[in-house]
Design a protein around this ligand. Structure first.
Ligand code: HEC
Length: 166
């Protein structure tokens, strides 16, 4: 009997294992702004959940140390203590394959950062380390600000403690 319960529990866990996705474009609605590539958890066919930390300016961060900004909370009434935000998002606005939403920024990274040396794998460093390394490199490479921000988002998301690590 005990065994049966355990097996049932495990199979339920497998069936209901969280389904993740990555938004394909910036999501910008009345409730939130969420940057392209951010990771969400699928709740049902029209809703997703974002786990994020919010600072005093209502900006969303992936980490509690506020190193990786992933968007902005626009609707104050959604602030909560669990750091879990559920909102509407159509199926075609995200992909389960991280590459689909990140390949554009990945290309920018390899273009901008392999002119003087071979590419350093994002997973070699933490998000915070990338922030420091990036700023000294961006100066050397005279990177366009907008492209630079995308490159840094790519590095942080794929960093050792990012959310797209293999
Ligand atoms: C203009 C040439 C140039 C460009 C462009 C460049 N780098 Fe570098 N990078 C260097 C040189 C020179 C070094 C080695 C000396 C040093 O650390 O400054 C280096 C070293 C590094 C290191 C190793 C640092 C360490 O302390 O381990 C990393 C990581 C790095 N670069 C990342 C990047 C990234 C990310 C970009 C794109 C934003 C980039 N680089 C673009 C010249 C460049």
């Amino acid at each position: 009997m005990k065994k049966m319960v355990v097996i049932l529990f495990i199979s339920c866990k497998l069936i209901f294992a969280a389904d993740f996705g990555y938004v394909l474009k910036n999501v910008d609605n009345a409730d939130i702004l969420l940057y392209k590539g951010s990771k969400i958890e699928v709740v049902d066919s029209s809703k997703v959940m974002l786990k994020a930390f919010v600072n005093s300016k209502n900006e969303f961060f992936f980490d509690k140390n506020f190193v990786f900004k992933i968007g902005k909370l626009k609707n104050n009434s959604l602030v909560n203590k669990t750091n879990e935000y559920i909102f509407k998002l159509e199926k075609d606005k995200f992909s389960k394959d991280p590459l689909e939403s990140w390949e554009e920024y990945e290309e920018l990274y390899y273009e901008a950062c392999t002119q003087c040396h071979s590419a350093h794998e994002p997973v070699e460093h933490t998000m915070l380390e990338w922030e420091g390394l990036y700023s000294s490199m961006a100066e050397q490479s005279q990177l366009d600000k907008e492209i630079g921000e995308k490159v840094l988002r790519y590095l942080k998301s794929h960093a050792k403690n990012g959310f797209v690590t293999p």
